[in-house]
Design a protein around this ligand. Sequence first.
Ligand SMILES: [Zn+2]
Ligand SMILES: [Zn+2]
Length: 388
Amino acid sequence: MPRDYYDVLGVSQDAPVAEIKKAYRRKAMEFHPDRNNGSKGAEEKFKEAAEAYEVLCDPAQRQQYDRFGHAGLRSAAGGGGGGGFGGFQSFDLSEALNIFMRDFGGAGGFEAIFGGRGRAKQQKLRGQDVRISLRLTLADIAKGIKRKVKLRTLERCDVCDGTGVAVGGSTVTCSTCGGVGEVRQATESFFGNFVSVTGCPACDGSGKVIDHPCTACLGEGRKRGEKLVEIEVPAGVAENNYLTLRGQGGAGVRGGASGDLIVGLELEDDPKFERHGDDLVYDLQISFSQAALSEEFDIPTPLGDVHVRVPAGSQTGSVLTVRGKGLPSLSRGGLGDLHIRLQVWTPTNLSVEQQELFRSLAELEGDPPGDESLGRRFWNRVRETFNG
Ligand SMILES: [Zn+2]
Ligand SMILES: [Zn+2]
């Protein structure tokens, strides 16, 4: 049984993505194989951290994991249909390294982080990760959406079926590196022998060369193309969440693994609601008489109207909370709350008849309580509720 992902990274269950990223980076640097002389124990820890990171950074997988644990991730694997949502198996070392490179490699890549050698072979054959962003409305977030997106990327060449070999041609072992994909060079120096290893320049590290390259893709096994990808966004996502659709990025060189499609989520502001985590805040304007006598209202939320009764004697600034009528919570399950902030509207441009009615009312209504701290208390409470 694998260890708890939150324990693996040493973060709490409600840790935001940024914190998970930081924790993973720390673990990955500590247990990276190149820093641990190939220790098996460190390698396992490195893979374990990558696995935990990959799940907890992906809101859909994190939700599955929070609800059903490791079993949730595995049972979802069959239904994933090759998309990123579901399918999940433990990583081998090269996948774990790819994940680390993808998010922390940066422009300088591996060498910039460790000063060591890169993994030229894997990196050159694997397709590129493609990053896109998706704009979502509050309704999209409340319900979750499926959206089809057209991607322009490198696709497997259909003429040579991704092999890069023309009809009648063949793939032969690279004579420069003898099929290893790397060239070793021993240099003698004052301190002893140094062996340097670089990717083979003749075969780009693949160990194979093509005698007659496919003319459609010039032997790359891939060419420019378009494809339609369906992206499924689970309900309750937050800004800075992203989804990883494994293998939906650019095609690899000559049948190499495809890159991933990484979907960043951007949330549109909503004119009607403020969002505070899973909670929604709605400003409701009511009249004097509604505030004094009580009244019922339908509040239009992204998940349908909510019927509320404003109690008699309501004041400006008071807040009605309706439990379970906010947004779906990705991390905890269930729904957040709806907070209705009341504002009592003072009428303007009174007609003669209205003025008369207000005058008679004024004779009967008595004075306000005269408690100056009342207003302050309201606003303090509002601030506490919404700014934590
Ligand atoms: Zn081709
Ligand atoms: Zn070679």
